[in-house]
Design a protein. Structure first.
Lengths: 304, 306
């Protein structure tokens, strides 16, 4: 019997050329535009640079890092907010999305309508999402305060301005998008699940909930890993929705996030490239933990 | 049909005779109640924006937003369309999104084809390199990428800035490089479900590899392409981080990042802005509805059958 996969030795020269081309071009793009900049960022994080002349780069060792960790007021609040973002997302919208997917996976009517309604926020651009929540949170004319007024509570609450409230207001808007995303991803996983396993569990007398927790959930491990990684990565690099709802001017009191601090430092005229890069590397290190865990979980089985 | 429980079906006329599942009591009322409530709650913010956009500014200024409408019209939509130069920005978005989505799908299909069909030793490393690349935060890449784009010259007929910086090509390139990881991952999962015998047979028949790829594997991956085209169109069209940082001139930016300018350029009329914002959502909605049927079924993230 021949091996299950083709071996390269059987390929002609034209075949090799074709493969080298179609794999080489995207590989080059990936290395040049993604991995090279990532490595360069790490190098820049050990320097001080105003971002103008390349000759203005001066090495400073770990100076940027010690500065950030000990003497950069918004850093620790930003870390706290990122952690809060992660906990909130992992505890509410992610399980809720899985819960909705579980119910949508039963063959019921109107399922496409439900899917569309809940996934819709994900289809909208963040500019739209930003404006939608602005006209809801507006302290004078917004829907939320109008409803509170109509309900009799005299609330003139500045949802996006109050540093104690604004992060929560943004988290609600973010959860509105994230739930549908997780729901669709998990629904795709559930649809690929072998129905005979479920039937076997049902024949053994398991009810729907037992079947889900004891049979479906463990068997869907690859999808679970993806859901966890998506949740972690979206929480770590949360940027655009905060950027839009913060008025598009960088970080605002109460809404500092690592991604916004990096943008503050390296985009625009401030020109603290080394400093911003060090922040980026710190974000990268935390992300790498998630990426590494994902890669190990996903590809371990195949490395035979 | 292995089970022998025909009792409920003999009493009721079977509505779906093709359903090969064991008969189950239909108690879905609670489920419908739950899903309908959540759907309604999820639609409220959007419907509020639609309602606002349909009312003239004078009406809401006099009576407040939380009031019954005296007048409803599409005037805000026509105004936003004509006042903000929207057709131009839509064209910019189209110019970036279409090539970026097609390029991403084509290249990632090629890489996925390679890693699933050929037993080269590099396969696993290659797949990991692509997948991990997609997970790097964009902010980590931006400074060196910006400098790199300032160094790469383009001929005048490709970019009037003569550089990769400040040109649509640069945005397309970074989208393709950055998004290939996710698509390669999904497509390689999908291609693994295609029996190896199909391409083996073609190989024995002497068909060159490019024909196996274009004529056998690509058509079989259509559901996965539909799902990925939907997701990638949404992501690439909606992204505004790369244009914000890699495009200098405002009128070269895509519609989503240009919309932010609309707020400052005109006096603050939330009704007009709501109309403009809703219009920017139309292209992604069209893509979603067109490809919806295959969307969930084509998104193979990893099969539960393994």
């Amino acid at each position: 019997m021949p091996p299950a996969t083709s071996s390269p030795s059987r390929l002609g020269r034209g075949d090799r050329l074709f493969l080298a081309l179609v794999v080489g071009v995207p590989l080059l793009a990936l290395l040049a535009l993604v991995w090279l900049p990532a490595l360069a960022s790490i190098a820049l994080s050990f320097t001080t640079w105003d971002g103008i002349e390349l000759s203005g780069i001066h090495g400073t060792g770990f100076e940027n890092y010690t500065q950030i960790l000990t003497n950069y007021p918004p850093f620790w609040p930003a870390v706290g907010h990122n952690v809060l973002w992660l906990l909130f997302t992992a505890l509410l919208p992610t399980p809720f999305g899985v819960f909705l997917a579980y119910h949508l996976d039963h063959r019921i009517r109107f399922t496409r309508f439900y899917q569309t309604a809940i996934f819709l926020p994900m289809v909208l651009s963040l500019a739209v999402v930003g404006f939608i929540w602005e006209i809801i949170y507006d302290p004078d004319t917004g829907l939320l305060n109008s409803l509170l007024d109509a309900a009799g509570s005299s609330g003139h609450i500045d949802w996006l301005g109050d540093p104690d409230l604004n992060l929560w207001a943004v988290l609600v808007a973010s959860a509105w998008r994230h739930t549908g995303y997780i729901m669709i991803l998990y629904l795709a996983g559930l649809k690929s699940f072998d129905p005979s396993l479920k039937e076997a569990a049902a024949l053994d007398g398991a009810n729907g909930r037992q079947t889900f927790f004891r049979v479906v959930l463990p068997a869907l491990k690859p999808v679970n890993v993806i859901i966890v990684v998506v949740t972690v990565m979206e929480s770590l690099r949360a940027f655009d929705i905060v950027y839009v709802l913060g008025g598009g001017t960088g970080s605002k009191p109460g809404m500092e996030l690592l991604s916004l601090l990096i943008t503050d430092n390296i985009v625009g005229e401030s020109g603290h490239i080394g400093y911003g890069s060090a922040l980026a590397v710190l974000l990268l290190l935390v992300s790498l933990a998630a990426i590494g865990a994902f890669l190990v979980q996903t590809f371990r089985k195949e490395d035979a | 049909m292995r089970t022998t429980t025909p009792r409920p079906e003999t009493r009721l006329p079977a509505r779906r005779p093709s359903a090969p599942r064991p008969a189950r009591p239909r108690r879905d009322t609670g489920r419908h109640l739950l899903l309908a409530t959540v759907s309604a709650a999820w639609l409220v913010p959007l419907l509020w924006a639609v309602y606002t956009s349909l009312r003239p500014y004078g009406d809401t200024a006099a009576h407040g937003y939380f009031s019954w409408p005296r007048e409803v019209s599409l005037a805000n939509f026509t105004d936003a369309w004509s006042q903000s130069g929207m057709p131009h920005f839509f064209f910019n978005s189209l110019l970036i999104t279409v090539p970026a989505v097609l390029g991403t799908l084509l290249f990632s299909a090629a890489v996925a084809f390679f890693v699933t069909r050929f037993d080269f030793r590099l396969n696993l490393a290659l797949l990991m390199l692509f997948t991990a690349g997609n997970l790097l935060p964009a902010q980590v890449l931006i400074t060196p990428l910006y400098r790199l784009y300032l160094l790469v010259p383009l001929p005048w007929w490709m970019s009037d800035s003569l550089l990769l910086y400040n040109s649509a090509w640069g945005i397309i390139a970074i989208h393709i490089a950055y998004q290939c990881g996710f698509c390669t991952f999904v497509l390689s999962n999908y291609m693994k479900t295609i029996p190896k015998e199909i391409t083996e047979a073609a190989l024995v028949d002497g068909a060159p590899v490019w024909r196996q790829f274009l004529q056998i594997v690509l058509p079989l991956c259509r559901p996965a392409f539909a799902a990925l085209a939907t997701l990638e169109s949404i992501w690439i069209y909606n992204d505004f981080f790369w244009p914000l940082t890699l495009i200098e001139t405002g009128d070269k930016r895509p519609v989503t990042s240009a919309l932010a300018n609309l707020q400052g350029a005109y006096f603050t009329n939330p009704n007009l802005i709501a109309a403009g914002a809703l219009m920017t959502a139309v292209p992604t909605l069209l893509v979603y509805f067109a490809l919806q049927r295959q969307f969930v079924s084509g998104l193979t993230l990893g099969s539960g059958k393994g």
